[in-house]
Write a protein that binds this ligand. Sequence first.
Ligand code: HEC
Length: 172
Amino acid sequence: MGSMQWIEGYLNLNQLSRVSLLMIVVLASITMACSDVKEPTATPRVFNPTPAPTEVRSATEHGVVVEENGGSAAVAVGASGNPERGRQLYTQNGCSGCHSTSDEVIVGPGHRGVAERSASAVVGMSGEEYMRQSIKEPGAHLVEGFTNLMPSFANLDPSDIDDLIAYLKTLD
Ligand code: HEC
């Protein structure tokens, strides 16, 4: 009885060893198959760095565009008129020789509240349009009680006229 059990145990061990060997072979094949599968996956990864520099280039282009937009925006702000620069131009161009910034009349009407008056000076004309025309063509619409003594300042840079108007708007 004892010897038979040993033989059976030996045979069982041999069977287990055979199964283990088979499993090792199968696992090894699967592992090799997997590593074979991974290789084609690694090949497209080589292409991934290629689109990356293109993205960097387009990002740089966007950066330049943003700077250009910033520049135009800065010009747009200047075009709406700088009142501080307008105050200097008002003296430099001799406006203050004929106009006070109060109600006092020198040669022309005092400019206190001129922007508010200008808004209702001519029907269908905005205050800004009226002030612009008063500077470029003073004779077009004479202020009541005054004669055409003001010279035209149409030769001024359009941005200077914008600055002068921005300054006139502060005189209230
Ligand atoms: C030689 C004198 C003289 C000078 C210099 C002069 N003006 Fe006048 N301005 C007048 C007189 C006079 C009037 C009123 C008659 C008229 O409407 O043109 C007037 C009218 C105006 C008006 C019309 C609105 C209002 O109620 O006053 C504006 C705006 C104006 N001047 C702005 C200016 C500005 C800005 C300058 C400088 C760039 C200037 N003037 C230089 C004499 C002058």
